[in-house]
Design a protein around this ligand. Structure first.
Ligand SMILES: [Zn+2]
Length: 165
């Protein structure tokens, strides 16, 4: 698996990744502890959502990831296109799910929202977290080479990643 954590050279807009820390889905709401998400079971503790055992009497409140999934409001997009996809569809699906499993186990709010085949044959993957979109793109690039690019809109908690081979 690709362990490269340095900033990618493509898509210079991404240098301002600190902006991506401000997730409006998190900042808008004042979560008080203890709290548990009725959708996924994540708990809010120590100032962050994480996996764990909810304390008795914890307030029930949908976590930001479940809220994004409910609203169908992704914070990350990964578009996969090119001839390579057609011949390696299962492998690519597998790789994407592996990255999600790895990241989600550490960070409860990093999840895939959906994987959709587009009319033009491309695969569109949507995420609850822009960093997961980036990690997935980098894992694809690390495993299969190809062309990876990032498009980040300044001031928005949103990352668009494209990978083509
Ligand atoms: Zn949840």
């Amino acid at each position: 698996m690709n362990q490269n954590t340095s900033l990618p050279k493509t898509g210079t807009q991404i240098h301002n990744l600190r902006e991506l820390e401000h997730d409006p889905y998190h900042a808008q709401r004042k979560f008080k502890e203890p709290m548990a998400c009725p959708g996924c079971g994540a708990i809010y503790q120590g100032g962050r959502w994480q996996w764990g055992q909810a304390t008795a009497g914890a307030d029930q409140h949908r976590c930001p990831a479940c809220q994004r999934i409910h609203d169908r409001c992704p914070a990350g997009f990964l578009t996969i296109s090119g001839d390579f996809l057609a011949g390696h569809r299962d492998d690519i699906h597998h790789l994407i799910r592996n990255v999600e499993q790895r990241e989600k186990s550490e960070h409860a709010l990093k999840r895939i929202i959906d994987m959709e085949e587009q009319a033009d044959g491309a695969l569109l993957v949507t995420f609850t977290d822009p960093h997961l979109a980036r990690a997935t793109g980098e894992a694809l690039h690390g495993a299969c080479k190809g062309d990876l690019d990032f498009h980040y809109q300044e001031g928005e908690f949103l990352l668009r990643v494209t990978w083509t081979r």
